[in-house]
Design a binder for this molecule. Structure first.
Ligand code: TRP
Length: 334
């Protein structure tokens, strides 16, 4: 608990460009969570360097991501949107938690196995202990809930195990976090292969709509979306492409899939795709406009970065001091 509210923590990497899937599935649904939770959203730049990054690009992307959070409507005065690297407690707690995590546990992490296979020339220790840093992110703020996708569930389970192990030895130090199961966002699939999730790392640029795509590009991608030859707009498993477009339209307009099916009954795929394109353009336009304003206001963004690093640092220090005492580090002389 913090300020009488439960704590929610989530982090996002600043690698790749955010997609419509990230927005409709996550960001959009986070806007009002601050009414109920004390929310921390980390731009987890320390995680990003587990694979090689161009420093200039990483710095720019981290800032872009921070601005996208704000442009998406997450109020930076009510939510702590900050850079992980600005709060040294993440690294300090990660070290301590490393000493409470077993090699065998980390060896079982499927994301590690995937990434090690993908970056065979750079299987560094950071990539291996990535989940421990993630556990530190979460536990540092005593988070009660963590909104995570299915791909991060194994890391959250590990976080819970490590927290319980530590608590077992030292008493109740950490809040044991749970997956956030509130209103879940839409799961948006690739426009080129509707059996795969829309991903910011997809190699085919037509598979994903990026948040910063201009209207012509959005329309073109929607019109090229892979569908089927049934010729009927129905919401069913046998038509995954059409179903995905219905999901997108429904998330953009607030209509239920059934209402969407009713609205387009008897119409061709071409008209429907155009309507989907227009709905997406309508949703992304205000976000892009707000983003453009923020990008011009360096002073405002810098102020947010500074204030939130302090706010996060304060909450983090409280946990860290407690943990350091518990494990037996000497008190500081002041
Ligand atoms: N590993 C997460 C991902 O790649 C990002 C992340 C880092 C995270 N720290 C976190 C997510 C803490 C939730 C909570 O998606």
């Amino acid at each position: 608990m913090l300020n009488g509210k439960k704590v929610l923590y989530s982090g996002m990497q600043a690698t790749g460009n955010l997609t419509l899937g990230n927005y409709l599935g996550a960001l959009k649904n986070w806007v009002n969570l601050c009414d109920e939770y004390e929310c921390f959203y980390g731009v987890v730049d320390m995680h990003s360097i587990t694979v090689r990054q161009d420093p200039t690009v990483l710095r720019q992307r981290a800032r872009n991501l921070l601005m996208i959070y704000i442009a998406a409507g997450i109020d930076p005065e009510k939510n702590c949107i900050y850079y992980q690297s600005h709060v040294s407690g993440h690294a300090e707690l990660a070290w301590i938690l490393n000493c409470f995590t077993y090699m065998g546990e980390l060896n079982r992490m499927t994301q590690f196995k995937d990434k090690a296979a993908k970056h065979a020339d750079n299987i560094n220790a950071g990539l291996f202990t990535y989940p421990v840093l993630m556990a530190a992110d979460i536990l540092l703020y005593q988070a009660d809930v963590v909104p995570v996708g299915i791909d991060q569930m194994q890391h959250l389970e590990l976080t819970r195990d490590v927290a319980q192990r530590f608590n077992g030895v030292y008493g109740d130090v950490f809040t044991v976090p749970e997956a956030y199961i509130g209103k879940v966002g839409a799961k948006i699939m690739s426009l080129q292969d509707p059996s795969k999730k829309m991903s910011k790392s997809d190699e085919n640029p037509n598979a994903s709509i990026y948040l910063m795509d201009d209207p012509d590009t959005i329309m073109r991608k929607c019109r090229r979306a892979v569908t089927d030859s049934e010729g009927q707009i129905q919401y069913r498993e046998e038509q995954p492409g059409i179903r995905n477009l219905i999901d997108i339209y429904s998330a953009c307009t607030g209509k239920t899939p059934q209402e969407v099916v009713g609205e387009f009954d008897g119409q061709g795929y071409g008209d429907f795709k155009t309507a989907v394109g227009e709905a997406v353009i309508g949703v992304l336009r205000p976000l892009q406009e707000r983003y453009a304003e923020l990008a011009k206001d360096k002073g405002y963004i810098d102020g947010i970065i500074k204030a939130n690093a302090e706010k996060a640092g304060y909450a983090a220090a409280k946990t860290l001091r407690k943990v350091q005492r518990k494990v037996g580090f000497p008190d500081r002389i002041r």
